[in-house]
Design a binder for this molecule. Sequence first.
Ligand code: PD2
Ligand code: ZN
Length: 280
Amino acid sequence: MSQQTITPELRQWIVAQAESGQQPEQVLASMQASGWDEDVALQAMQEVLFGKGGPVARLQARVHKVPELLPVDRNRVWAHDREVTVQVQIQHPRVVVFSDLLSLDECAELIELSRPRLSRSETVVHTTGGSEVNSARTSQGMFFGRGENPLCALIEARLSALLQWPVENGEGLQILRYAPGAEYRPHYDYFEPTQPGTPAILKRGGQRVGTVVMYLNTPEAGGATTFPDAGLTVHPIAGSAVFFSYAQPLPETKTLHGGSPVTSGEKWVATKWLREGRFD
Ligand code: PD2
Ligand code: ZN
């Protein structure tokens, strides 16, 4: 039985290593190199990093300010250059469904601008911070740069006004095209704090705190956006949109959501993700 104990100095050292971006394998190797038994070292890392009061728990406990809808007058709200209709809103999870957020001409233009640039959608790999093709997401997609063209800039200004959130805190618009059978299985849009790849992702703009999924066409059948923990289904209608926010990267936000399979025709959406800080 080893007599090695986890001193406050060791705790501090492990946290500093993790905060400086050292991978757990490297921290373990350094500890073993300086004489720590492997089992004791692993237990110390588990306790210090993932235990109560550790950096992961603190990160999870942080409550972010979130984007919030402008005051609404009889379900109408003026957003920068356009009157938008609020169809329905709920508080927990915070979800707002809009109609007329985009004009039909704007929907068509986004589709045509993105079409030549589509490729198989990838998802973020939380373990590495990279991205890869994933069977849970069978759409095609592309990203516009923020403000890449006048239409993107206008939509970004409109969303910024509507949700009272700086344009600079938004990722560029993502366009997705779902063919029949394509879907996006339920997931959270925030980055999982306990995954080793997350700190690298958070360096640019911090956590995601809100999502706007804008529908660019009306699929013939299927393709609803669903929120299983809220029992909510939003049917895609061209020009309408669903916004939801999450103040913490936790399932308690009830923001689990998915794009159910398109059963007939195509589905096109534009997704805007809002970050806690500047996404430069
Ligand atoms: O296209 C959708 O309905 C959908 C569903 C879930 C889009 C996203 N998530 C997303 O872009 O994050
Ligand atoms: Zn999503």
